[in-house]
Design a protein around this ligand. Structure first.
Ligand code: AHG
Ligand code: MN
Ligand code: MN
Length: 349
């Protein structure tokens, strides 16, 4: 198989200085094709707490995603598809791959000792990891899992926080229920026509594409920015009858202006497309889900952080997503995320 990248193999720091006049900070840009490990190493001093532990967590997430990617790719070949016949704590059908992905990410994050607690869609309560760990992780191990059986893109979403309490002491609620604005890193993996890792540490958004024959992620976009304007709206219109009137009015505005409707039903995939092409994703309150369907702590916060870092916006219709104080692990919020002008327009309704 021909590689889409020419991997950078060098013992030297391969950073090049780009013209950063149009960028908000003067951080050294990285050449396309640089491997993830080297990118993380080159940018380690961007992290607020440059001890190397956060870098290790990102590597662990990348490693787990490779294992999950392999299992997803095998899904069509072996008897791994279909439901487990059980439900997770929020009532969704649990897929075998949901469970597998949860195990893979939990193991990867537990083994290094950097994380003290893990919040996962698949676990009712948080998991205690290592009291000496400094970081709290929230994950949706497999997002869009109803799409597995039909060979449609799915994802993983993650948020990383610093713990608030002293290292070495038991975890407390203030470590777990942190606002999205406290995230030190967040991102997603998209298992699509290619597998991509997209993340931010608060210094722009980095995109990596997985090269399966080399087993490595390579930088495919440095400092990805979302178009300010867009013409794609993504919303499950099957529930339109029970949308709030202002959402109905905004959807009508999109139609009146001949916007394009695109809805995959995998949040990560819908979000990623809108990141690249410009668009808005909305999961509003509906009669069935009065607070929307999406979960603040392991779906919305991470994507809100990425969106803002790419110049976009994320709100629940009233409030910036990153400013919402969570009150429970599996809390749901209405979610409007995407290109700045489109989110502003939707909120003006
Ligand atoms: P998950 O598979 O993690 O439970 O998430 C499913 C979510 C999200 O990926 C998607 O955007 C949304 O559910 C789709 O919901 P509807 O089918 O109600 O549109
Ligand atoms: Mn999800
Ligand atoms: Mn999920």
């Amino acid at each position: 198989m021909q590689s889409i990248f020419v991997p950078m193999i060098s013992s030297q720091n391969t950073s090049i200085k780009l013209n950063t006049a149009s960028m908000e900070s003067s951080r050294i840009a990285q050449p396309i094709g640089i491997a993830l490990d080297r990118f993380i190493k080159n940018n380690q001093d961007e992290f607020a707490f440059a001890s190397g532990e956060l870098s290790q967590l990102l590597r662990d997430i990348a490693l787990a995603s490779k294992v999950v990617n392999r299992e997803i790719n095998k899904a069509g070949l072996i008897d791994i598809m279909g439901g487990m016949g059980s439900q997770n704590n929020t009532g969704d059908d649990q897929q075998k791959l949901d469970v597998l992905a949860n195990i893979r990410f939990t193991r990867a994050l537990a083994k290094g000792g950097e994380a003290c607690a893990l919040i996962s869609e698949e676990n009712e309560s948080y998991t205690d990891l290592n009291n000496d760990g400094k970081y709290v992780i929230a994950i949706d191990p497999l997002d869009g899992s109803s799409n597995i059986d039909v060979n449609v893109s799915i994802g993983t979403i993650f948020s990383i926080y610093r713990r608030k309490t002293k290292v070495g002491t038991p975890i407390s609620e203030e470590d777990i229920l942190q606002k999205g604005s406290e995230q030190v890193a967040a991102g997603y993996i998209l298992y699509g026509s290619s597998t991509m890792l997209v993340y931010t540490t608060g210094h722009g958004v980095n995109c990596f594409t997985y090269e399966p024959s080399l087993g490595e992620y390579f930088l495919s976009k440095d400092r990805l920015m979302m178009p300010e304007k867009g013409k794609i709206y993504s919303i499950n219109e099957g529930s339109a009858n029970s949308f709030p009137d202002n959402v109905k009015a905004y959807v009508q505005f999109c139609k009146d202006n001949q916007y394009t409707a695109r809805y995959i039903g995998s949040l990560v995939a819908d979000f990623h497309r809108n990141m690249l092409k410009g668009g808005i994703y909305i999961y509003p309150s509906t009669a069935k889900d009065p607070n929307g369907k999406l979960r603040l702590m392991y779906e919305c916060n991470a994507l809100a952080f990425v969106a803002e870092q790419a110049g976009g916006l994320a709100t629940d219709g009233q409030k910036r997503i990153l400013d919402i104080q969570p009150t429970s692990l599996h809390q749901r919020v209405p979610f409007y995320v995407g290109s700045k002008n489109m989110v502003e327009k939707a909120v003006s309704y």
